[in-house]
Design a protein around this ligand. Structure first.
Ligand SMILES: [Zn+2]
Length: 137
């Protein structure tokens, strides 16, 4: 157990000191390498790096799902370390799986389309700016 704790502490120290965005030290996501798509975990290391530096907004920008679920993950890790069952209630587990699936889908939709869905006024601006750039008939 001590070895796992020391290993985790060293990993956190490494993540604090070495920025995953600029170092080729960390493994790349296989799904992203093969398809160009982002999985629910993409951006986790970069997000955690920024979170360790107190840059919450940047961390949320890299992977909001991880940052929001971090307290639950920390609780599960703590329960595991204390050799207690980390039982997540079934409805919460299902909700988390659906959230991860939805997050994976939404983050792979082009930003212009997301803005159109989320902010109707943004789509008006987007369309009007496109209409302005079209040649007059
Ligand atoms: Zn990924």
């Amino acid at each position: 157990m001590l070895g796992v704790g020391v290993g985790l502490a060293l990993a956190v120290l490494l993540l604090y000191c070495v920025d995953p965005a600029s170092a080729g030290l960390y493994p790349a996501c296989p799904l992203h390498l093969l398809t160009g798509l982002q999985c629910p975990g993409c951006g986790s290391l970069r997000g955690l790096h920024h979170l360790l530096h107190g840059e919450v907004r940047a961390a949320l920008g890299y992977n909001v799902l991880l940052i929001v679920t971090l307290p639950l993950l920390a609780w599960m890790l703590g329960a595991w370390a204390m050799r207690r069952p980390a039982v997540v209630p079934r409805p919460l587990g299902i909700a988390l799986l659906l959230a991860a699936l939805g997050f994976a889908i939404v983050r792979n939709v082009p930003e212009e389309s997301r803005a159109r869905w989320a902010l109707p006024e943004a789509s008006v601006g987007f369309e009007s700016s496109r209409a302005d750039s079209l040649p007059a008939p």
